[in-house]
Design a protein around this ligand. Structure first.
Ligand SMILES: [Ca+2]
Ligand SMILES: [Ca+2]
Ligand SMILES: [Ca+2]
Length: 560
């Protein structure tokens, strides 16, 4: 016993010395960043850092950095990057940068004005998870794209960002594989030095595959909502909404291309990659009121899977324009007038869509026609709001008319369109049960054999190469030139249970009369961070372990 009593403290001391020497820690740590912090601080809740970079220097894989609410202003003419993320986590220990629970950190870049292309958040690392921040005001001072959020890395999760009013694309995957962009909003982006031609809401342009955009909203962007142009790697857009893209934000003046989901555009000779032309996936999405096209194949010479999308009031709801041989697969899609159902379809198969079935599509099929509902606040977990808009009525002949494409459904078959009756409003392959376990609904986040990572941005991605055949002149668009009240802004109206007619052309969206006019668009992510890890600092080793395990499990579940 004596020996044990003597040895125990000795062993403990040795252990502590070893830990100190090797810098290892028994448990993950939390750090804090605040507007009134100081980088010389220890980064505790009471004495936070001022910059994320300082927190990043202190953080190790598995750690969490909580960013307190408030406005973080960036200014000057020297720096060209707002926040540079350069330290990678690991698969089992990502580094997390989360908004403090219930708070919204705002990165404000309006006054950052170098003679250079500006990047708001530059994510040049892997296995990090960013959540709950707002990024606004990235400027374009020279010709060439700036970026509000640029990703060059693998396996990152970018969640609940609200990216807006940038003179640049919103969230842009330049390189890397298996990134997940989850429940983010990107809106009111417009690049004046390129006449609005590259300010997409979201861009997936990587040679690395398995990048996924899920639960995202793109609106009032001057070019496209989602754009996969020049992407040699596979991209998936699912459960996402694109509306009012292709206009100068908050006006009815034409911006640039104006597609909701520009879902292709790579692989024409001589640009055929060794891995073949990528087969992208576009499923469960809603596109309405975009200036030219709802869902667009953009000359893609291979095939794209288009499943269960709803397109409403785009001049061309589905445009399958292809160069070379295409093998598109269209299933269970729903086109709602106004707008032609499908154009330029000359390769592949389209069965069980609203235009190939003996069904009728009218306002009577829908629970609601109030477009402003698309701007309602997100749910507590960050997912898109529950709305009546474009959801089918119980007696619609569009119910159960689709075929099984491996997505969850209720009733005797999949419904047409993006919103399956009897399931949560937003199709989410991640957490809904599948009727057919033999069919994978994996969105492709875990990667095997993904293409290598590029180290540079594709030059002029979104601009070079194939271009859209724009369809100007929205039928019935009589709005005068000049700035108009934000067409969808007053939003947040109550559900309008029964519509009478399908509203007219794009730009005709009106908030309910009872709403105050021209309320500003949502300026901050209103989602509560329901799953934020315990704000309190755990004291026992066991609580650390439990939290870490839960976090890893949660992340793995999310990644599936
Ligand atoms: Ca009908
Ligand atoms: Ca069904
Ligand atoms: Ca574009």
């Amino acid at each position: 016993m004596t020996t044990v009593r003597i040895l125990y403290p000795y062993a403990l001391a040795v252990c502590l010395v070893v830990q100190a020497v090797h810098g290892t820690r028994a448990a993950a740590e939390d750090f804090y960043v605040a507007v009134d912090g100081v980088d010389g601080n220890p980064g505790s809740e009471a004495k936070p850092f001022r910059t994320i970079e300082q927190a990043q220097a202190a953080a190790a894989p598995g750690d969490t950095v909580y960013v307190r609410g408030g406005i973080y202003r960036f200014s000057g003419t020297q720096a060209a990057i707002g926040v540079a993320f350069t330290k990678s986590g690991t698969e089992s220990k990502p580094i997390r940068y989360f908004a403090a629970p219930g708070e919204v950190p705002i990165f404000d870049l309006f006054e950052l004005k170098p003679q250079a292309r500006v990047t708001g958040l530059d994510i040049k690392c892997s296995w990090i998870h960013i959540r709950g921040m707002e990024i606004r005001g990235v400027r374009q001072l020279i010709v060439g794209d700036s970026w509000s959020v640029r990703i060059r890395g693998d396996h990152n999760v970018i969640e609940q960002l609200n990216v807006h009013d940038g003179e640049a694309p919103g969230i842009f995957i330049a390189s890397g594989a298996s990134n997940l962009i989850l429940n983010c909003d990107s809106h009111h982006n417009y690049d004046p030095l390129e006449d609005g031609g590259n300010a997409d809401g979201f861009g997936c342009h990587s040679s690395g595959g398995d990048n996924v955009l899920r639960g995202c909203r793109a609106y009032e962007n001057s070019d496209d909502g989602f754009d996969f142009i020049n992407a040699p790697g596979t991209c998936t857009a699912e459960g996402s909404w694109a509306f009012r893209n292709g206009f100068i934000p908050d006006t009815n003046m034409a911006g640039a291309n104006g597609a909701g989901f520009k879902s292709g555009g790579f692989g024409l000779p001589p640009n055929i990659p060794a891995t073949g032309v990528p087969r992208h996936v576009v499923r469960g999405n809603l596109a309405f009121g975009n200036r030219a096209i709802g869902v667009y194949a953009n000359h893609h010479p291979g095939g794209i899977d288009f499943f269960n999308n709803t397109a409403f009031d785009n001049p061309a709801n589905f445009n399958m324009l292809a160069s070379g041989t295409s093998s598109h697969k269209l299933r269970n899609n729903l086109a709602v007038e106004p707008g032609r159902a499908i154009t330029s379809f000359n390769g592949g198969t389209d069965t069980d869509n609203s235009w190939t079935l003996p069904v009728t599509v009218s306002s009577a099929d829908f629970m609601g026609m109030d477009r402003a509902q698309a701007l309602l606040p997100r749910q507590a977990d960050g997912s898109l709001p529950n709305i009546a808009f474009m959801h089918l009525t119980p007696d619609s002949d569009l119910l159960d008319r689709g075929e099984d494409v491996g997505l969850p459904f209720s009733g005797s078959g999949p419904d047409l369109g993006a919103f399956e009756s009897g399931l949560p409003t937003t199709m989410n392959p991640m957490d809904a049960g599948s009727p057919d376990p033999g069919v994978s609904v994996d969105a492709g986040v875990p990667t095997t054999g993904a293409a290598g990572m590029q180290t540079s941005t594709p030059a002029g991605a979104g601009a070079a190469g194939q271009t859209t055949t724009t369809t100007p002149a929205l039928a019935g668009s009589t709005a005068p030139a000049g700035r108009a009240a934000p067409p969808l802004a007053a939003a947040a109206g109550q559900a309008s249970p029964t519509p009478s007619v399908i509203a007219g052309s794009a730009g005709s969206v009106q908030a309910p009369a009872s709403q105050p006019p021209a309320a500003p668009p949502p300026q901050s992510c209103s989602c509560r961070l329901a799953s934020a890890p315990a704000g309190a600092s755990p004291t026992s080793w066991f609580s650390w372990l439990a939290l870490g395990t839960l976090a890893v499990l949660a992340r793995r579940r999310r990644a599936r």
